[in-house]
Design a binder for this molecule. Structure first.
Ligand code: HEC
Length: 143
């Protein structure tokens, strides 16, 4: 045993050290690549391409000027600016915080049944609810 240990060429140690360094380098570079997208490796959601079409299909029926939802809550969903303005009580979208945004809460059913959206209408597809959540979590940008 000992002799084997003794005869181990110096090269093995260098090799070991360089392997270790290589591993470290991979970890550092890998970490740097992962960081910017940390926790949200899903694709970037676009307001104009993804969010607006959902609002048009599922919300405009009641949240355009004169609509029931607009009249009762003040929430107009015809543009980015009006969505960000929110209801007469204030903003419903907190950029970067879908969990705390009333906009997402009413859609995800995290509120009393009486104010689940779309109000009285058919529940919208789970995938759309997720898209709207991702958009808010990604900063609710006008992109
Ligand atoms: C069938 C009509 C109708 C549809 C469709 C509808 N809403 Fe509403 N919405 C209302 C009414 C009425 C109110 C006001 C009463 C209330 O707050 O429940 C309202 C209020 C809201 C509020 C404010 C909730 C609060 O009290 O803080 C949000 C946010 C909202 N709607 C989002 C949406 C979104 C997003 C959609 C589309 C997915 C949608 N609504 C579709 C009728 C509708």
């Amino acid at each position: 045993m000992n002799t084997v240990e003794h005869r181990r060429p110096e090269r093995t140690r260098t090799l070991r050290a360089s392997r270790w360094l290589f591993g470290l380098a991979v970890a550092v570079v890998g970490g740097a690549i992962m960081l910017p997208g940390c926790g949200q490796r899903e694709v970037q959601v676009s307001f104009s391409k993804d969010v607006m079409p959902i609002l048009q299909a599922s919300c405009h029926e009641c949240h355009l000027p004169g609509g029931k939802g607009t009249t009762e809550s003040g929430l107009l969903l015809d543009s980015y600016e009006n969505l960000m303005k929110g209801t007469k009580f204030g903003p419903v979208v907190k950029p970067g915080n879908g969990l705390g945004s009333p906009f997402n809460q009413v859609l995800e059913g995290r509120v009393d049944k009486s104010i689940r959206m779309p109000h009285g209408g058919t529940q919208i597809f789970e995938s759309k609810v997720k898209t709207l959540r991702a958009w808010v979590d990604q900063g609710a940008k006008n992109n």
